[in-house]
Design a protein around this ligand. Structure first.
Ligand code: KIV
Length: 277
């Protein structure tokens, strides 16, 4: 399968062909997604929680992002890769936003960048896009500003908030984003924004009418047990399987039933080694 492009994703919206995205943060997971023909991989700053064990994405750094984007790009050469811009790395100026987006593309090797925020980010988005870098926006529940939002809560639940989100989506589109992630908003608002925009919407907890869906890998496979949002569908429950395997391994080593003959190397006999004892 040839790597998809932003032009293709836009065509998919026009044709009603849904876009399937999942997060990955390492080489083997990316390689599986490449095999599964997932349309795009998001190296989200969610890695700071799911893989690096933190309680929020706030302290994630550029170094963390680049470190994880690189192996994903290697593992999924035929898949479009989106790299998240970490909190605080793009707020100061248009110049800073361009510099950070450029670093993610050059050092990480991703195909586009994603950043969170509404109208306040429009100028910076335009500057990044003008510098030749495709941008995915992110509206609704924006985890980087979770403390401002007062927690991981559904957004746009009243008419005023819904109006602001719709306006933000239109402003982001005008600024040049090629798509917008909509996180944790009512399904009907997801539908309205999707129909009002010409660029694809990618939902995560934004209902069935978005142009595509994105899920966090560790949520999909039961590998992040601290909290499972309502919008997650689990496609496997790997944590108990892995735990069982680790417990068996421990028992094997303690009881000396591993390694067996088939796991060992010959090549020199005890007789030959006798003088070294
Ligand atoms: O960081 C991330 O994985 C994300 C998704 C939740 C969309 O931004």
């Amino acid at each position: 399968m040839a790597k998809l492009t932003i032009q293709k994703f836009t065509e998919m919206k026009a044709q009603g062909s849904k876009i399937c995205i999942a997060t990955a943060y390492d080489y083997p997971t990316a390689a599986l997604m490449n095999k599964a023909e997932i349309d795009a991989i998001l190296v989200g700053d969610s890695l700071f929680m799911t893989v690096l064990g933190n309680d929020s994405t706030v302290a994630c750094t550029m170094e963390d992002m680049i470190h994880h984007i690189k192996p994903v790009v290697k593992g999924a050469p035929d898949t479009y890769v989106i790299g998240d811009m970490p909190f605080g790395s793009y707020n100061i100026s248009k110049e800073q936003a361009i510099e950070i987006a450029t670093r993610l593309m050059k050092e990480g090797g991703c195909d586009c960048v994603k950043l969170e925020g509404g109208r306040e980010m429009a100028e910076k988005i335009k500057a990044i896009v003008d510098a030749g870098i495709p941008v995915m926006g992110h509206l609704g529940l924006t985890p980087q500003t979770v403390s401002k939002l007062g927690g991981y809560k559904v957004q746009g639940k009243n008419i005023e908030a819904a109006k602001v989100l719709l306006e933000d989506a239109l402003l982001l589109q005008e600024a040049g984003v090629w798509s917008i992630t909509l996180e944790a908003i009512p399904e009907q608002l997801g539908k309205l924004i999707t129909e009002k925009l010409s660029v694809p919407t990618i939902g995560i907890g934004a209902g069935r009418y978005c142009d595509g869906q994105v899920l966090v890998f560790h949520d999909m496979f039961g590998l992040y047990e601290k909290f499972v949002p309502k919008f997650v569908k689990q496609y496997g429950n790997l944590a108990p399987e892995i735990l069982k395997g680790l417990q068996e391994y421990r028992k094997d080593v303690k009881e000396q039933t591993f390694p067996e003959d088939k796991h060992t190397f010959g090549g020199i006999s005890e007789e030959e080694l006798k003088d070294l004892w």
